[in-house]
Design a binder for this molecule. Sequence first.
Ligand SMILES: Cc1ncc(COP(=O)(O)O)c(C=O)c1O
Length: 486
Amino acid sequence: MLALKVSKLQPIRTGGVLRFIRAYSSELKPCSEFVKVTHPDLHDVTSDTNVAQELDQFKQTTLGTYNRPSLIFSHGKGLDLYAELPTSSNESKEYRHYLDFSAGIAVNSLGHSDPQIARIAGEQAERLVHSSNLYFNEWSGRMAHKLVEMTYEHGGLGIRKGAPMAPAASQLKAFVANSGTEANEGALKFARKASLVYANAPDRKTGLVCFKNAFHGRTMGSLSVTPNPKYQDPFQPLLGNVRVGELNNVSALPQLITEDTAGVILEPIQGEGGVIPAKLEFLQAVRERCDQVGALLIYDEIQCGLFRTGTMWCHSELPIDAHPDMVTMAKPLANGFPIGAVLMRSEVANAIVAGDHGTTFGGGPLVCRIAHHVLGRLSEEALLNNVAARSQQLMDRLGSITEMFADLVQSQGPRGKGLIIGLPMKKAHFASDLVAMARQRGVLILSAGSDTLRFVPSLIVSQAEVDKTMDVLESCLVVLREQNQE
Ligand SMILES: Cc1ncc(COP(=O)(O)O)c(C=O)c1O
């Protein structure tokens, strides 16, 4: 962004809500330094190159569940990612640099190839990787304990920030799995089991409630509460007795959540659905309705949890009457090593007995040792200060982009919290166009929902990296505007 003049907070009213945005002088001009393509997609990689051969091999034998550009990433550091450039076998290797502003879809909160994590992973790999869940290992219990201890320190699951730890019988408990979808599978099963125990069979409750635009995963249970026809239709029939509500619609809750509802699952900020925050009064109303009918409330914080919004849980600092019974987590927990977990209140935990659920890999010593370390790092004050400062910087830059590109960006401007921020575009294809254009200029960003750009960088992102990404985005918007005027 060039020629930025002094800005001051100005009140504006959007959709009946009073917000304050920074107003910039009319001299505000977008950055156009990056209008030229510097990282062209390699559509026609010459067949005698290393990259072409690897891509060919990949495509021959790997199921095509993704449409990927012809790039093979080989290594990274912090937010930097490197992809091999095509060379013939007798030439030395060359790499092209990308700025990864997506953190591998909200995963690498501490950046790529963190040296401390690499050291710990190496040490533990030499000590013990797996010993099965038939036995205890050194790290699974320590990691679960840290999750619980930190929830007391930061707040969540009905616990006020800073409250003393409860005695063992009424303690929070964790179940450790391997991915986000598996964490949600576990939570849905625990909801049904707990309601079976408390509601006295044979009047068992089986109903599950989810919300439009939610994304909870791809396995059958999680998919059943991910009401997107694109993901669901080819795989019908899914789980029965699932109702779909509208996020933030309080008045519909009495008909939606009924005596038959065992569990309600929602993302406090919907990620894949377009970075859509749930309103506090809605969360409070859902909580109240769940209590009225004896349904369990699950917050899927797989994308928005673990300090991405600036607090441990997205709900950590909300009033207790907006807290869930279970929270699910995954993505950043081990900074890229596969893991997922459910943290639950003791009432839920007390309904689960040996044999109700299990996993071969979940809770293994390698990944749990890494997660234990990551949890400590994510809660460091300096990192959280960075989240707050970069969030403000990003909001400011996106606010001015909203003004400068009123023809392309929806007037409501950026939404979200901390470092999960969305920018809705006026036409759906603008978001996917911009993702491709930014990549062709060396910056990786994401889209979400039908029309939204999504910014979920590593929490270690620097001021310069935010500025570079926003400068590239402005340049791409300049090009997009020209293309749409032609
Ligand atoms: C909110 C949310 N829940 C669940 C999942 C599924 O996680 P996984 O891909 O690890 O199974 C995702 C993944 O994007 C997610 O964003």
